[in-house]
Design a protein around this ligand. Structure first.
Ligand code: AVJ
Length: 356
């Protein structure tokens, strides 16, 4: 990782030049610090052995998983993408007026479809624009770069294939920049992980840089549970794909027919918990480490949490983590919010001490 980030600018600049000359979108990648298969295998062993069993959601997004997630966003019950997209469509020009000219880096960009609203507003107001989508899935990143590059020839696209955090060292080079983190993907983090993540982002940005954050809001249980249990069963396939991926990459021979998707809203914690339920007991071996996992009948393995937010809580939380909230945009039903945040000029990593 260091090899690449020691000179991120030269790396990116070379790719940018190539992209301009060849008109093919460029992809950059940090120098690999460990073997991706080993990383996946070790994380699975850790996850299966933790109590409760909990797998890291980043592994849901291989080529298959990213394609399934796209299909989820098209399901009638999954209101998140459509709602956020409508807010972006209505507000992109206003957002661009508030930020002034800057580059866009997007975390977890997936298909980059919703980002079109931003890119169009940027193009209208300033002409050539630079866009840096960041995603762990090489397949969806390549497809998104191709699409954006050919749809908007005036947008210079450089895809960055890595985990969110690995892209942070690039931000100082890209400033002035707007970091977009849409879709309520931040809801995959626990509250502790989220504040840690937001603080690290603030520390990586320069004062005055922007952060555009999509958040799904607390709402009626039935709406939430339908969104994560669609009729067509796409979300179930998405959950099951994590185990199919283990079979493909780690030779685990897990019986997928004995895995059920389970998702319900936990009102106490204001999150949707998504798990795989093993309907039969089974043992399987994960290689390279060659560790055997045994799971009993009826056991649950958590694959994701999707937190739901309240503006009156999340705004002060974000303000304690180095940002000021410039604007909050929501839809008419107040189902989803888009927050325009700004890295505060004077920033301390410690919480401000409250005087009693
Ligand atoms: C991509 C994390 C925002 O939590 O709604 C959708 C993932 N999982 N259906 C979400 C997801 C099952 C999604 N995020």
């Amino acid at each position: 990782m260091d090899a690449f980030f020691a000179s991120p600018e030269s790396h990116l600049c070379r790719n940018l030049r190539e992209a301009c000359l060849k008109r093919t979108p460029a992809i950059v990648q940090p120098a690999l610090s460990s073997d991706p298969i080993e990383d996946f295998a070790n994380a699975c062993v850790r996850g299966f052995r933790s109590d409760p069993r909990r797998l890291e959601s980043r592994f849901l997004y291989d080529a298959e998983g990213s394609a399934l997630f796209e299909e989820i966003t098209r399901q009638p019950e999954y209101y998140l993408t459509r709602t956020e997209s409508s807010i972006l469509a209505a507000r992109a020009a206003e957002i661009r007026e508030l930020t002034g000219p800057l580059r866009i880096l997007e975390l977890g960009s997936g298909s980059s479809q919703k980002t079109d609203h931003l890119l169009r507003a940027w193009l209208e107001q300033e002409g050539p624009t630079r866009y840096y989508p960041v995603d762990v899935s090489a397949a969806s990143l390549c497809a998104a770069c191709e699409r954006v590059g050919s749809t908007y020839p005036a947008v210079e696209v450089v895809g960055v294939q890595c985990q969110y955090r690995e892209s942070f060292p690039l931000l100082a080079q890209l400033s002035p920049v707007l970091v977009a983190f849409l879709g309520s993907s931040i809801g995959n983090f626990t509250p502790e992980e989220m504040s840690c993540f937001v603080r690290a982002l603030a520390a990586a940005l320069r004062p005055g840089d922007f952060f555009l954050l999509g958040l799904d809001l607390v709402k009626e249980r039935s709406l939430l549970e339908s969104a994560y249990n669609d009729e067509a069963g796409v979300t179930a396939r998405f959950t099951r794909n994590l185990f199919a991926r283990m079979n493909r990459e780690l030779g685990s021979a897990i019986d997928l027919d004995a895995i059920e998707h389970a998702a319900w809203y936990r009102r106490d914690q204001e999150l949707v918990e998504i798990s795989a339920r093993f309907t039969r007991a089974q043992s399987f071996r994960l290689t390279p480490p060659g560790k055997t996992i045994t799971i009993g009948q009826g056991e649950l393995v958590q694959t994701e949490i999707s937190r739901k937010f309240r503006l009156d809580r999340v705004v002060p939380d974000l303000e304690r983590c180095g940002f000021s909230v410039e604007r909050v945009f929501t839809d008419e039903r107040r189902w989803f919010a888009l927050l325009l945040l700004r890295r505060r000029p004077i920033y301390s990593l410690r919480k401000p001490r409250r005087q009693l």
